[in-house]
Design a protein around this ligand. Structure first.
Ligand code: HEC
Ligand code: HEC
Length: 278
């Protein structure tokens, strides 16, 4: 009896002390793709009720705008299963396909360049496990010149230590979740990250109507209006404190599964953004 109790106690102790990083590589990839990066917000076919069941990541038309008509291609194993891990990682972080062609916007390559080696490996591992779905999308049409490259070939991208810190929040809100991409105004076709990071004011047209991204800086017109818990609830539920529904294209349904510590890290980071107006 004594023996049995103590082994049960040991098992319990082992269970309780399982650290956050004990998740497998594929589990981390699933979490990042499905709940933080929200790749499906562009790559999964959408119906009136959101993502179409059984079609995850199989590609869809994303946007038609003066500079381009963009289709996010099928990224299930039915389409990219033949690419090596390094080729998939290079496509995501460096915007270069195995055939050498350059991937264009709105795939947020300039931010994805900073995804850590550990996280890109996790994302690739997860993409290998999603159900293959046959679907072919047309090639995107760009009326702007795509860059020759998004920068020199990547060698090693270090990890940002996990925690409820502004540093980890910056990593999630920038390189992984690309929040700042939608929430920073454009200047001459480029995001004005240098002067107006997080100031919002970008206009998005879609099935939801016309929306404008919110100011996430500490300006009185920005996040200063809300408590941390209110901001967190808006991100994860898509509803404001007064109960009104927020519009797309922000991927609320994906963020609903974002871990508490991670969304708190993001808010801690957003609180450090100097006040800016769009
Ligand atoms: C804001 C929309 C958007 C998001 C978010 C997004 N993508 Fe993309 N992605 C695109 C578009 C659009 C293209 C194609 C661009 C082109 O045609 O040049 C693309 C291309 C790709 C390609 C190249 C596929 C091919 O056959 O050419 C891969 C791989 C890819 N994305 C993976 C991902 C992953 C993984 C994530 C999440 C970490 C992600 N994308 C998030 C829009 C997006
Ligand atoms: C694809 C574009 C897009 C992405 C990516 C995006 N957002 Fe948004 N966000 C919007 C738009 C548009 C609105 C305004 C919705 C409305 O007013 O109905 C918004 C609203 C918000 C609001 C409400 C603030 C207020 O004062 O009303 C918060 C908070 C927010 N976003 C935070 C984030 C965070 C954090 C992320 C990343 C995890 C993120 N957003 C990613 C487009 C985006």
């Amino acid at each position: 009896m004594q023996q049995r109790l103590s082994s049960a106690a040991l098992a319990l102790a082992a269970f309780l002390s399982v650290p956050a990083w004990a998740e497998t590589e594929t589990e981390r990839g699933a979490y990042l793709v499905e709940h933080v990066a929200a790749c499906g917000n562009c790559h999964t076919p959408m119906g009136p009720d959101g993502p179409v069941p059984g079609t995850a990541l199989s590609g869809r038309f994303v946007i038609s705008a003066p500079p381009f008509d963009a289709w996010a291609p099928n990224i299930t194993p039915a389409a990219i299963g033949g690419w090596t891990d390094a080729e998939i990682a290079r496509a995501i972080r460096e915007g270069v396909r195995p055939d050498g062609t350059i991937i264009g916007p709105p795939m947020p390559i300039e931010l994805y360049r900073e995804i850590s080696d550990r996280d890109i490996a996790a994302i690739v591992a997860y993409l290998r496990t999603v159900p293959p779905v046959e679907n072919e999308t047309p090639r995107s049409v760009y009326r702007i010149k795509l860059p020759e490259s998004y920068g020199p070939p990547l060698t090693a991208v270090a990890e940002v230590p996990e925690g409820e810190t502004p540093e980890y929040g910056r990593y999630l809100a920038g390189p992984v979740a690309h929040c700042v991409e939608c929430h920073t105004p454009m200047e001459a076709g480029h995001h004005d990250y240098a002067n107006r990071l997080g100031a919002g004011g970008r206009v998005f047209e879609g099935p939801w109507g016309v929306s404008m991204s919110a100011n996430l800086t500490s300006d009185p017109n920005g996040l200063a209006r809300w408590t941390d818990d209110e901001v967190i609830a808006m991100i994860r539920t898509g509803h404001r404190p007064d109960g009104s529904a927020m519009m797309g294209p922000m991927g609320y349904g994906f963020y609903a599964g974002m871990r508490d510590g991670d969304v708190r890290a993001i808010v801690a980071y957003l609180r450090t953004l100097p006040p800016r107006l769009p």
